[in-house]
Each structure stands twice: as C-alpha cells, then as structure tokens.
Design a protein around this ligand. Structure first.
Ligand code: KG4
Ligand code: ZN
Length: 356
C-alpha cells in the first residue's frame, strides 16, 4: 500500500502513543510512554490517574516522535486517533489533542478503532526492516486479538471487513493473566510476570480447567480464574501458609501454578484459532493484542499455523502491546477508503469492532 504519512495517536488505556507511519506500513517513529510504574502499586489501572498521565505525557511524546524523524508537518497527510474502545477520560485526551492538531495544521482527521489497530499491527514494518522478507497477511485470514480488555476471533475477507467468529463471554485473556498474577503475588501487569514465572517451572503437569464453550468460537476465562483461586488456596494450605495471607508461596510452586494457568489459556486460544482457520479456509493467521507478546502463545500458534501450512503473522512484542504505530497502520487504510472524522468526534468507550 502506498499512501501519505500519518501522525497517529493512541491513549485508550494506560500507554500514551504517538507515531509517524509512512504508506500505512513503515514506522518512521513510534513513541510509547508507559504508565506501568504509575499503576503497579494499586495492582491495576486507576482511570483518573491514567487520564492525567496522558495529559502529562502527550506533548513530550509528540516532541519525541518528531525528533530525528526527518519529516515535518508539511509531509503529514492526515492525523489518526483512537476513539474507542477504552477508558473515556483517557480516550478524550488523545481525541482532543488530535482535533487541536488537525485544526491548527489544517489536516484531515481519521477515527480509528483500537481493536482494528491491534489487527493492523501485523502490517507494520520497522524503520530498517526489509519489506520483501516480511510476509504480509493474506485474505481470507483469521485474526485472534487478545488484550487486557478484549479477546475475540474474527475472519477478515478483505481490508476493514470483519466477521466476528467468537468472543469472550466474560473476562479478557489479559485480564485473567493480570488477576491470576495478583493471586500469585507476581505484581502488575500479570502477563509478563506469569510468563517469566512459568519459564522457571520444573514440574509441568499442573492442570487447570479449560472452558471449551461447546463447538462455538466463544471463550470464557472467569471459571479459570475461580479455579485458580481454589488451586492457589490449596497450594497455600499444603505449604502451611493458610493462616498467613502475606507470606509468598515457594518460588517453585508459584512457577508450576503459573505454568499450569498459562498452559490452559494458550491451549484454548490456539485450539480455537486453528479450528477457525481450518473451517474458513484461512490463507494466513494474524495474532495481536498485549497477550500476543506471550512467547509460549506465539510458539504454540506458530506450530498450529505450520500444521495448516499457512503463515502466522505476529508483530514483535513491543507492537503487540498498545502503541501509536498500529493506529497509524489502521488509520491509513481508513483514510485510503475515504473516511474522515469531523471535529465533533467523541470518545466511544464501548465501541465494537465487528458483529456476528
Ligand atoms: O493490548 P494491551 O497492551 O492493552 C489493552 O488494550 O488491554 O494488553 C495488555 C495486556 C495485559 O493484560 C498484560 O498482562 C498482557 O497484555 N500481556 C501479556 C504479556 N505481555 C502483556 N500477557 C501474557 N504474556 C505476556 N508476555
Ligand atoms: Zn490494546
């Protein structure tokens, strides 16, 4: 795809992202100001703090995006911004910032669905990356998006065209990682911490339950979370820690439980994705969202894709978690399709991507 240079802004959750994306694919710059340290003490995102941190960091992030990019405002063809789903206060910071820039610099504004951004991260190219050596997603494809707030499987028959195959009926996969991470005393965010703990597991035979949801492509993680609570309580009793809620479990026990939990989540995600890919005759599989940074999920899905003889396209971990670049990649497609947002664009905290 060729196209103009886009300035893109992401502020839906707890990362402030500003990027410059050329031709819908090439990252010119991509700045992410993370709020992980800010929210870690409370073990989860505090919406009011998140919105204020976006306000604090959005201008420095823009300044940094320009630094050394070798381009200027006259090169920018449009401004893309996330307008949902996400936290209302956080979304509004990015939206109002983008509107002000669009008005001052007289540039068109493009509204982007955050979840579409996670899908389009699969098209991104790093600054020096060779386009010829990177497989571009091929339609029809099956996309699995697994983030902290959303988990779904969709079929794409063409650009910007989605059919929802299944979605979580309760918690998102990342939310389950975060909650079980807290249960194991591993801190926030739970995803990377559980992966790290699981890597150290010696015994790999703890079995957590799987919710298969019949033949559907729907997913459910709340039962797994409840089971984890019971399994952790039993392990604490076995270790003689039942009366001391502050005492940590021995590291090797934590590692085994982290492994068992991770194994259950990945088993369901990979099995359903592979089945969906087979059923729709997918010619490629795309994986995105924060949980797609998980090495074990990436490896398991790569093996499934291999077996189906289709490529798996998964961004590098830093482009799986929230960033501005993915909004630029999706925004460029929307821009090319003629979409323009008006200056009364509002936040849509519950914006869906696709319907069945
Ligand atoms: O996409 P994202 O950055 O934000 C949302 O849109 O929600 O996803 C954040 C989620 C968190 O729940 C975090 O624990 C999870 O992604 N995550 C991981 C890993 N890295 C981040 N989960 C499992 N393994 C990882 N390595
Ligand atoms: Zn996200």
């Amino acid at each position: 795809m060729s196209g103009p240079l886009l300035l893109s802004i992401e502020s839906s959750c707890d990362e402030t992202g500003v990027a410059l994306i050329d031709g819908g694919r090439r990252i010119v710059s991509n700045v992410v100001a993370s709020q992980v340290a800010l929210h870690a003490p409370s073990g989860g995102i505090v919406p009011e703090l998140a919105a204020r941190a976006h306000l604090r960091w959005i201008v420095p992030s823009l300044d940094e995006a320009w630094d050394g990019a070798g381009v200027s405002w006259s090169d920018v063809g449009a401004i893309a911004v996330t307008y949902g789903p996400g936290l209302a206060g956080s979304l509004l910071v990015g939206i109002n910032f983008a509107k002000a820039l669009a008005w001052v610099h007289d540039k068109p504004l493009v509204a982007v669905n955050h979840l579409e951004g996670h899908v389009y991260a699969a098209w991104l190219l790093d600054p020096g990356e060779d386009a010829a050596s990177k497989v571009e997603p091929i339609f029809p494809l099956v996309a699995l998006v697994v983030s902290g707030g959303h988990t779904f499987l969709a079929e794409m028959t063409d650009h910007l065209t989605y059919r929802l195959l299944g979605t979580t009926v309760d918690d998102a996969a990342g939310e389950a990682f975060d909650k079980v991470g807290r249960l194991l005393g591993l801190g926030y965010p739970g995803g990377p911490a559980i992966q790290q703990a699981a890597d150290g597991a010696v015994r790999r035979n703890v079995r957590f339950p799987r919710a298969w949801m019949g033949d559907s492509y729907d997913l459910s993680f709340s039962g797994l979370k409840t089971a984890a609570r019971r399994i952790v309580a039993d392990a604490r009793a076995d270790a003689g820690l039942a009366d001391d809620p502050e005492a940590p479990l021995p590291a090797e026990v934590n590692a085994e439980l982290a492994w068992g939990f991770q194994d259950a989540v990945i088993d369901v995600l990979a099995t359903k994705t592979a089945r969906a890919a087979r059923e729709v005759g997918a010619r490629s599989i795309v994986l995105g969202g924060g949980v797609a940074a998980n090495r074990c999920l990436r490896e398991t899905l790569a093996a499934c894709a291999d077996e189906l003889d289709v490529p798996l396209i998964v961004p590098r971990p830093g482009l799986c978690t929230d960033n501005g670049a993915m909004i630029g990649a999706a925004g460029a497609r929307r821009f090319a399709a003629g979409e323009r947002a008006a200056l009364d664009l509002d936040a849509r905290p519950s914006l869906p991507l696709a319907r069945r």
